[in-house]
Design a protein around this ligand. Structure first.
Ligand SMILES: Cc1ncc(COP(=O)(O)O)c(C=O)c1O
Length: 395
């Protein structure tokens, strides 16, 4: 019996080696990775630039010092994040929930500074922001929250893509200090915000002086063909929580602020022992530099487009497939029925995918995937879905 706490329903496969977008298990079987460790392994596996940079950092002997001292790697990483986000200040932490926890604290502090004693944050149905008490309270899933009540108060929930609902919330609640939205919901089923909706939401926030928090933990960092989804909509949020793909597999998170949120945190307001340590910061610097050098944003848009078009064409008119949706290399295929068994069937076919909210298959490959490899994803995946829905229709 394993002593690992039983919090995940795991597949009985262990990947022990990787190269590019390919993984090998303990038996030497080879798999094509169309999931990237849930949008984490931006540069795929064994990218020579990341391997070299991390090896050098480890060999230097300094992988951790403390935020009590200057950390040049952290300064370099923050400069890069400021450049790609267009924002001003970066707080480094170690995960997505921590980045969001920081964002929630910034919003509350901002509210207090404006004279709101109990600041509230507008959040979305089906959102996922993490599993700490504050972030699971912000999350729009009873499954995530059940058993952990009492929830943290101060969240007002509305449906995604419904600007009127946010306006109404603002009419009824004078305590609102911020709106928090994943521009493309990941865990909730690859639900894409309309760009027009995001722009209206931003305008409303500006008018009301509410912070706009764009949780880009899963959809950000080049996956949609731009660094961040808000850049497709053409405005600058006040707070952008990041994690997942930021360190290409090394655990790291960041809460990036600008606009109305700039200068809200002062010394002593927040902290993290590990946050921004030299090892993680080397991963961040190298990930961002390599994405630029290797043209990975354009690659995500192009190869993601090939995969999405291939899926749309293959499933057109097919009973049992509700919708193919997403942007760039963030793709969801919603089926009519629960389809968790597809994960095992895909593994048997040498393909790594995932299913979320029971019925939505997620395809989120490493951003280094080539067009030929994208077509191979289609060649392995499409027949599985066809067989799955045909069986359901004939039963
Ligand atoms: C949009 C979003 N925010 C936050 C999180 C939480 O990140 P972590 O699991 O690193 O705490 C996730 C994780 O799936 C996410 O998708």
């Amino acid at each position: 019996m394993s002593h690992v706490m039983n919090t995940y329903a795991r597949q009985p496969v262990a990947f022990v080696r990787g190269e590019g977008v390919w993984l090998w298990d303990e038996e030497g079987r080879k798999y094509l990775d169309a999931l990237a460790g849930i949008a984490v392994n931006t540069l795929g596996y064994a990218h020579p630039k990341l391997t070299r940079a991390l090896s050098q950092r480890i060999a230097s002997g300094v992988i951790h010092t403390s935020n009590l001292w200057r950390i040049p790697d952290q300064e370099a990483a923050a400069d890069r994040i400021a450049e790609i986000t267009g924002l001003d200040e970066v707080f480094f932490c170690n995960s997505g929930l921590e980045a969001n926890e920081c964002a929630i604290k910034v919003a509350r502090k901002y509210g207090h500074e404006r004279g709101i004693a109990e600041p509230a944050i507008v959040v979305m149905e089906k959102a996922f922001h993490g599993r700490s008490l504050a972030t699971l309270s912000a999350t729009g899933s009873r499954k995530v929250q059940a058993g952990f009540e009492p929830l943290v108060s101060g969240f007002v929930r509305v449906p995604l893509n419904d600007i009127e609902a946010v306006r109404q919330a603002g009419e009824h609640n004078r305590n609102i200090a911020a709106v928090m939205v994943e521009p493309i919901q990941g865990e909730g089923g690859i639900n894409v915000s309309r760009l027009e909706y995001l722009r209206s939401l931003f305008e409303l926030c500006q008018r009301k002086q509410w912070l706009f928090i764009s949780d880009e933990v899963q959809c950000g960092l080049g996956r949609t063909g731009k660094w961040f989804v808000y850049q497709h909509a053409g405005f600058l949020p006040d707070v952008v929580p990041l994690a997942k793909g930021l360190g290409s597999g090394v655990p790291v998170g960041a809460c990036v602020v600008g606009g109305l949120a700039k200068g809200v945190f002062k010394p002593g307001n927040h902290g993290s022992t590990f946050g921004g340590n030299p090892l993680a910061m080397t991963a961040v610097r190298t990930t961002i530099d390599t994405m630029k050098e290797d043209g990975l944003l354009a690659n995500a848009e192009r190869v993601g487009g090939v995969i999405r078009k291939g899926l749309v064409d293959a499933f057109a008119g097919l009973k049992g497939v509700v919708e193919v949706r997403g942007m760039g290399m963030m793709i969801g295929i919603e089926l009519q029925e629960a389809c968790g068994e597809l994960v095992k069937q895909a593994l048997d076919a040498g393909l790594v995918i995932n299913v979320t909210v029971d019925k939505v298959v997620r395809i989120m490959p490493p951003l280094v995937m080539s067009e030929a490899e994208g077509r191979e994803v289609l060649a392995r995946f499409v027949p599985l879905v066809k067989a799955f829905v045909e069986k359901r229709v004939t039963v």
